[in-house]
Design a protein around this ligand. Structure first.
Ligand code: BGC
Length: 500
């Protein structure tokens, strides 16, 4: 780590934003199954559950759209702090809910905060880190998301033993603690050096770069060099760049916006949040008896998700984005397909008096479903989880990055919202049919990535301009990019020769 320890530190602190994101995502799945919660809110049916779950993501959608403007105008750092305050307000409203309307309103407000964080944190991380660890720092946010989910599942599991309304109020209220920690810690974190230069504060930017790159030595050669590079980039952008949202619809940015929006949509169309939100009821429907067992199974799910993200953090820059998501999609598709066939062939569906469904699966098939859910989560965590966030954060030029990312992030939340809304209904209505739909989408995504997504691993920002201005058929464009690489290598070699 050495000289980069400060960058790792600042990147990890801001990743706490991901923790809040994951915590709030994971929170409701088990609460929905708690008896005291169900009694207090008059046993919401599938539509009610869908609305309560999805209000958070509706707020996230709106929050992420505003985040682009806020992060540019008020700085990444202050935007993260404001998001913590909004999030705390939302959590407090939910915690003190006296009726469904209050709960729904609280989830929307908390969602505004999470939405802002989900777009601002990766940008802040990428702007404070040196290029060679940028991918890793951004995947730290994904890891923090999985930690948030895991902690939420286990806190829920612990609290379901409480025999009062505290069983659901405590887990909802407790999220204020990490929000307060993030807010306080951000006071001591630096502003993004790039944002400072863009706001005419080069001296401050130099101090920050000294802290991040050279243990506080603001006049170290690498600090001065990077400072000049950023100044130059900002100067050129000011002369040439259009900063409005319209630029997103024009060549050469349009293609990248489309790919960024689609990759975030596909991340959600893996169906990951059907599992993160509703696995306990899926486990129950598949025959795992009692609340305790299904909540425990969800707790294990959280651990698997967190552990399976680690290889991606370590090796994503070596494996590459394309290959990793295609293999991930194949894993997801196969596990869905097996579930669909096994459940479809053996289920005897019965609607119970409390509105839930029992599929009466043979014991072996029940276990098979659980194993397939876990294998699906592993496939997702090693691929779509991190890459859904990394890819959009690395393909845009600096001047339009936060605006473009607010659109791609909003796409993630939009699809998350829709899935949260319709999944509880479909799980009961079409059971294994939903698995089949996701299997088909995942098989199709292999082709989509193969045809349209260029590889971006180990590429500099300048390279991105070359990569995304060729044919839209990524698989056909390989030759042109290889020729570019050869020309670059040749250019470098002749430069070296000339200097000898
Ligand atoms: C997704 C979330 C999901 C989480 C699961 C994230 O990358 O955006 O929607 O709940 O991964 O680990």
């Amino acid at each position: 780590m050495g000289r980069n320890s400060q960058a790792y530190f600042v990147g990890s602190v801001s990743a706490l934003g991901g923790f809040l994101f994951g915590f709030d995502t994971g929170l409701m799945s088990s609460i929905l199954e708690m008896t005291y919660w169900q009694d207090y809110f008059n046993h919401p049916g599938s539509v009610g559950v869908g609305v309560i779950t999805s209000m958070l993501t509706a707020g996230c959608f709106v929050g992420s759209l505003f985040a682009g403007y806020l992060a540019d105008k008020f700085s990444r750092k202050r935007t993260i702090m404001v998001a913590c305050v909004v999030f705390t307000l939302g959590a407090a409203i939910q915690c003190g809910s006296r009726n469904r309307a209050m709960l729904i309103a609280g989830r929307f407000v908390a969602g505004l905060g999470v939405g802002v964080l989900s777009m601002t944190v990766p940008i802040f991380q990428s702007e404070i880190s040196p290029p060679h660890i940028r991918g890793r720092l951004v995947s730290l946010q994904q890891w923090a998301i999985t930690w948030g989910l895991l902690v939420a599942f286990w806190i829920d599991y612990g609290c379901h033993f409480i025999k009062s309304d505290a069983s659901w109020r405590v887990p909802i209220g407790i999220q204020i603690v990490p929000a307060a920690i993030l807010f306080t810690a951000m006071i001591f974190m630096p502003y993004s050096p790039r944002w400072l230069i863009d706001h005419d504060q080069p001296d401050k930017a130099q101090q920050v770069l000294g802290r991040l790159r050279a243990n506080g030595d603001a006049s170290a050669p690498e600090v001065l060099e990077e400072l000049e590079e950023i100044k130059e980039a900002v100067r050129i952008e000011r002369e040439t760049a259009v900063r409005s949202y319209f630029e997103l619809m024009r060549y050469p940015i349009r293609r990248r916006v489309f790919l960024g929006v689609l990759i975030q949509a596909l991340q959600q169309l893996t169906g990951i949040n059907v599992i993160m939100y509703f696995a306990p009821s899926i486990f129950k429907q598949s025959g795992l008896s009692g609340n305790n067992a299904s909540l425990l199974a969800q707790g294990i799910n959280g651990v698997i998700n967190m552990l399976a993200t680690i290889p991606a953090i370590l090796f994503i820059d070596r494996w590459g984005r394309r290959k990793t998501v295609m293999i991930g999609s194949l894993g997801c598709a196969i596990t869905y397909f097996i579930q669909a066939v096994a459940t479809g062939a053996t289920q005897h569906k019965e609607k119970l008096s409390d509105g839930s469904v029992d599929l009466h699966l043979p014991k072996g098939v029940s276990y098979l479903v659980i194993v397939m859910v876990y294998l699906f989560v592993i496939s997702f965590a090693m691929s779509w989880g991190p890459i859904g966030w990394i890819y959009p954060s690395e393909i845009f030029p600096m001047h339009i990055r936060s605006k473009a990312n607010s659109i791609t992030t909003a796409s993630n939340w939009l699809f998350n919202f829709v899935i949260g809304l319709v999944a509880p209904i479909l799980i009961k209505k079409i059971t294994w049919g939903l698995d089949l739909i996701f299997a088909i989408i995942m098989f199709a995504s292999i082709g989509i990535v193969y045809l349209f997504y260029p590889e971006t691993k180990n590429r500099s920002l300048e390279d991105m301009e070359i990569i995304f201005t060729g044919s839209v058929w990524a698989h056909k464009d390989k030759k042109r990019i290889e020729e570019y690489d050869n020309a670059q290598a040749h250019h470098l070699a002749s430069k070296e020769e000339a200097s000898v």
